[in-house]
Design a protein around this ligand. Structure first.
Ligand SMILES: [Zn+2]
Ligand SMILES: [Zn+2]
Length: 346
């Protein structure tokens, strides 16, 4: 789909969806936004101007995602072999999965933030260590030991659908690059992942938001073995970085275009404030661990006990991100009891 001359929105399906179903869902979602279980597609952007062909994000490394990309590029007179530069907003498999395949086809320059480049090895090349760390991490946050091995393996099925490859260029944020007449600025927006980036074109007032800002859903912001510190604090600061940008067109990597950036940022901030209050109310006077709190709060997609293991892990990680933020604001204290972490109201 043409956004403006030179910028085109493509669509690649998630592994469990056909290209046709994903395209149909794209249409339906824009007409009737609603919460869906699982994402049906990712939206890569083709930027083609003055002989340059740049792709922002790609998709899972499946044959159907590749065909969708090939078809989509074909509709705009281009082919994956022509890509000079592949910019990845963050290293999650739905955005980065096909990177290795595209590099082989096109010898393109792969661009990624250094903080996300750091986790490629642990995440995709040597995941055994990550699984062990994750099991220990989950146990220390009260996840019942019986569930831990299942949970830590929850995301391992995805590894086969990622052609992992190290970046050619690592960025920090603040860099600019040209695509024909377009001047893009890289903005570091950590939170959803430590090295998430957005791309801003100030002359055409276009912002590509990756997973950082989506029109109806909020990205998972989690503490886990690869996202330490206070990711929710980082996420909220990253939202503030974008609120005053002069933009006409806001292009996310899922769902559909965002019509009012400021309004959407305000909605997301309100959502997290409400969530913080809800989580605080779920902490017992005698202290609670992450698993307890995750089991008490409301999830849009059902109750924690019914989630698939990898979704339980994501829910616990998201809960911990909120608890950590409350701790930083002085509303909670952390207590270690042996290997187990508890949170107490102050
Ligand atoms: Zn993501
Ligand atoms: Zn995504």
């Amino acid at each position: 789909m043409k956004i403006i001359d030179g910028i085109y929105q493509l669509l690649t399906p998630f592994p469990q969806f056909t290209i046709e179903d994903a395209r149909m869902l794209r249409k339906q979602l824009q007409e009737h936004p609603r919460v869906t279980k699982g994402l049906p597609y990712v939206l890569p952007y083709l930027i083609k101007d003055g002989g340059d062909t740049v792709l922002v994000d790609c998709g899972w490394n499946t044959d159907s995602a590749y065909s969708a990309l090939e078809q989509g590029m074909g509709e705009h007179g281009s082919h994956p072999s022509e890509i000079n530069k592949l910019v990845i907003t963050h290293v999650h498999p739905d955005h980065y999965g096909m990177a290795g395949r595209l590099k082989q086809i096109s010898s393109c320059e792969l661009v990624l933030h250094e903080k996300d480049a750091e986790v490629i090895t642990a995440r995709y090349f040597a995941p055994k260590g990550l699984m062990d760390d994750m099991a220990a991490f989950m146990e220390s946050n009260g996840v019942p030991p019986m569930d831990s091995p299942n949970m830590s393996r929850g995301s391992m099925g995805m590894i086969g659908m990622v052609a992992a490859v190290p970046p050619d260029t690592e960025v920090k944020g603040g860099e600019t690059f040209k695509v024909g007449d377009f001047d893009f600025e890289i903005i570091w927006t950590p939170g959803h992942s430590p090295g998430h980036i957005c791309l801003y074109e100030p002359n055409r007032k276009i912002l590509l938001t990756g997973d950082h800002i989506l029109p109806t859903i909020t990205p998972n912001v989690s503490i886990n073995t690869q996202n330490h510190g206070n990711p929710l604090g980082a996420y909220i600061r990253s939202l503030r970085l974008l609120i005053d940008l002069d933009v006409d067109v806001v292009l996310p990597a899922h769902e559909f275009e965002i019509s009012d950036l400021k309004k959407r940022i305000n909605e997301i901030e309100v959502h997290h404030e409400e969530r913080l209050e809800e989580m605080l109310n779920c902490v017992d006077d005698g202290g609670s661990n992450g698993w307890d709190v995750a089991g008490r709060v409301k999830w849009a997609t059902g109750s924690l006990a019914d989630f698939e293991p990898h979704m339980q892990r994501a829910a616990v990680g998201e809960t911990l991100a909120h608890l950590e933020y409350l701790w930083e604001r002085g509303q909670l204290a952390k207590v270690m009891r042996g290997k187990h972490l508890s949170w107490m109201k102050v």
